[in-house]
Design a protein around this ligand. Structure first.
Ligand SMILES: [Zn+2]
Length: 192
């Protein structure tokens, strides 16, 4: 077994993910997918959290633009449509099972957690329960691994190739402030 080749997680990544989620990002072990600007779009989380809890969702979609676009899809009945597709398309069903197996193999390559040995995410391998989880897997694994995740990402209109990221860490605002500030040695501020 080999660990999936995640991008390592930096302190800056953790800060951005914390801003994206609106809560502390814990037990992050890598960044399997990024926006073209470098901001994480998917985080990889330890199969067993630091507090001992088994955590089956190895790939978690953290990018707010992506999660919003996928939420819109979910709200328009796409999960029922994909469930119907699974019931009628043998090839799709076979590939969806393959996605489940690939997900398990990735996680087992990191750590074996008996409580979740056969559990993945998003309803795999038989159901379609969460398009965010499927999209997260598709973005992490690349095209062709999770067919329903690929479909969901394509249909969401969101793409990691077009950056619409907010200024997560306030860096652009800080840079703009610096540019506007008078040079310290010349003009003392007349303001205030
Ligand atoms: Zn971006």
């Amino acid at each position: 077994m080999t660990t999936p080749p995640f991008d390592p997680v930096s302190e800056r990544d953790v800060q951005i993910v914390t801003a994206q989620l609106g809560r502390p990002a814990r037990d992050v072990i890598g960044i399997p997918a990024r926006c073209v600007c470098g901001a994480p779009t998917v985080v990889a989380t330890k199969p067993r959290l630091g507090d001992g809890t088994p955590f089956p969702t190895l790939y978690y979609l953290c990018h707010p633009g992506a999660t919003a676009a996928i939420s819109t899809l979910e709200a328009t009945g796409v999960m029922a449509e994909y469930t119907e597709l699974l019931a009628t398309d043998d090839d799709l069903r076979r590939r969806y099972h393959g996605a489940h197996e690939a997900y398990l193999a990735d996680r087992e390559g990191i750590e074996h957690v008996p409580e979740i040995a056969h559990v993945t995410a998003g309803g795999m391998p038989e159901r379609v329960k969460c398009l965010h989880a499927l999209a997260g897997h598709a973005l992490a694994a690349g095209p062709g691994v999770n067919p329903l995740g690929d479909l969901a990402v394509a249909r969401s209109g969101w793409s990691p190739d077009v950056c619409r990221c907010p200024d997560y860490l306030g860096e652009q605002a800080a840079a703009a402030d610096d540019a506007d500030a008078p040079a310290a040695s010349s003009a003392p501020s007349e303001a205030g």
